[in-house]
Design a protein around this ligand. Structure first.
Ligand code: FES
Ligand SMILES: [Fe+2]
Length: 417
């Protein structure tokens, strides 16, 4: 237990009170003060590229629909009929000329205007369809990514992305979705997001990594980017071929021919970019295949949502380059399926760790969780020696901003102009 004097450290995110993982009251606050207030990743532009294309999603309990209009503009609305509230369209995506409610057949065009009301005369001469248009929410794109926010007062998307924007921009131009997967686990949603800002655990939780490429996370960094975002980097390069094959053999049970060696000299860091509060972006490394050919720029995007304090849903999107051929896409999908998603080995390890944490976080024995790794000043350690991928700068930046949102009292939500 930390002393009362040390409790000031809670302000800076060095320690957090464990009730943020277990309390019903906190998860309700998170919904209203974080999820209703921040920009949320929705889909890729390639999923709604033609007039009439739509994509629907839920921000916790708020059904949203994003529609591309005949003018090619993207618009987003609460996906709720303005008559009695029926969800207007309950399919995940598709193409429509108009949206007609199944209940009393009120009909809306692609701009959200109410254009058809059966037996309208009974409402009298003052009935104004304009006042009953679908209620808009803000939508914006960052290159190929589409985000929405329920908060009319949120900063612009580019301002919100802040310091992570130039890093993200490198990866999100010319990509499209090749697979999706969602799953739930018995643990708080923040544990999953924390886990993708944490390079301290893989050597132990995902033992195969450590066996194959010992101490790889040491060669990297962990930066907190304002406001609340992060970049985690590590370098697999320059590992010893023999220990790699030994590790792979233990991990896969595949016998590698003796004498085979690889020395990987690639110094390019691998990265995970995280966007506050719940988005992780893990691009694959683009490889030079020789002969002027470059490999795919595949990767995956994950969002974590609370289903109460003790349960979370993860939505996974796997993408690859728009110019990849079908074989390359298939290979990218199979590669991801091997380690990520509800079927992946790495995700299975992490899910077990999350479930165990959630049980222990209810323990009365310990009140606080430390995020104190890496003590050099700055956003990721101020000296070369101080930089280590296992540091926790980004987690402290996360909880600094998390606290700001949670402490802020504002109206819950309102429609965008
Ligand atoms: S609820 Fe949609 S038309 Fe009645
Ligand atoms: Fe992990």
């Amino acid at each position: 237990m930390i002393s009362p004097q040390e409790k000031g450290a809670l302000e800076a995110g060095w320690y957090v009170d464990r009730k943020i993982y277990t309390s019903d009251e906190i998860v309700q606050k998170e919904k209203e003060r974080i999820f209703y207030k921040t920009w949320q990743f929705a889909c890729l532009t390639s999923e709604i590229k033609n007039p009439g294309d739509y994509f629907s999603l839920k921000i916790i309990d708020q059904p949203i629909i994003i529609i591309r209009g005949n003018d090619n503009k993207l618009r987003a609305f609460y996906n709720a009929c303005t008559h009695r509230g029926a969800v207007l369209n309950n399919r995940p995506c598709g193409n429509e000329k108009v949206f007609q409610c199944i209940y009393h057949a009120w009909t809306f065009n692609l701009k959200g205007d109410l254009i058809g009301v059966p037996y309208e005369k009974a409402y009298g001469p003052d009935f104004d369809k304009k006042k009953l248009a679908l209620v808009p929410v803000r939508v914006d794109t960052f290159h190929d990514l589409v985000f929405i926010t329920l908060n009319p007062n949120a900063p612009s998307l580019i301002e919100y992305l802040g310091e992570v924007a130039p890093h993200l921009a490198k990866y999100v131009q010319g990509i499209e979705v090749i697979g999706r997967n969602s799953w739930t686990y018995e643990g708080n949603w923040k544990l999953w997001h924390e886990n993708f800002r944490d390079n301290y655990h893989p050597a132990f939780t995902h033992r195969g990594f450590q066996d194959s490429i010992p101490h790889y996370a040491q060669r990297g960094g962990n930066w907190g980017f304002e406001p609340g975002h992060s970049m985690l980097q590590w370098i697999y390069g320059n590992h010893d071929g023999e220990s790699f094959f030994k590790g792979m053999q233990r991990y896969s049970n595949i016998e590698f021919p003796k004498g085979d060696k690889i020395i990987c000299e690639d110094p390019t860091p691998s990265e995970i970019l995280a966007v506050f509060p719940n988005l992780d972006f893990q691009p694959g490394q683009q490889r030079d295949l020789g002969g002027g050919k470059m490999g795919t720029r595949d990767g995956f995007i994950q969002t974590a949502y609370p289903l109460g304090p003790n349960k979370a849903r993860i939505d996974l999107v796997v993408y690859s380059s728009t110019d990849d051929d079908p074989e390359t896409r298939q290979a990218a999908l199979e590669n991801k399926a091997g380690y990520i998603g509800s079927w992946g080995k790495t995700s299975a390890d992490d899910t077990e760790a999350m479930a165990r944490c959630q049980i222990g976080l209810h323990s009365l024995g310990t009140q606080f969780t430390p995020f104190a790794r890496g003590i050099a000043p700055g956003k990721g350690g101020s000296t070369e020696e101080g930089i280590d991928g296992r540091d926790e700068y980004s987690l402290r930046e996360y909880y600094r901003v998390y606290k700001q949102y949670l402490d802020r009292e504002e109206p819950v939500a309102a429609a965008a102009e």
